[in-house]
Unconditional design. Structure first.
Length: 81
């Protein structure tokens, strides 16, 4: 099964990354373009990783935990000054 609390946390944490990315995209320029490219490539990579985990018999909890790690790394990167 899966942990609804972990899913809720993922949703809340991901919302912050969406906000931070939208700001960066709105500013545009080279950084905005690079963020857009990074966003797309990260989503593809995360999908492949999650699919592989599930095909190997991993649980949804493992996938959610890994997504939360990615979201935390993005939050840290996007809030760095």
């Amino acid at each position: 099964m899966y942990n609804p609390f972990a899913i809720t946390l993922l949703a809340l944490e991901a919302q912050k990354v969406v906000e931070l990315r939208l700001v960066k995209l709105a500013w545009g320029g080279v950084e905005g373009r690079l963020e857009a490219q990074r966003m797309v490539s990260e989503k593809i990579t995360a999908f492949v990783e999650a699919s592989g985990t599930l095909m190997k018999g991993g649980s949804a909890d493992v996938v959610i935990a890994r997504y939360r790690e990615h979201v935390a790394a993005n939050t840290k990167r996007l809030t760095a000054t």
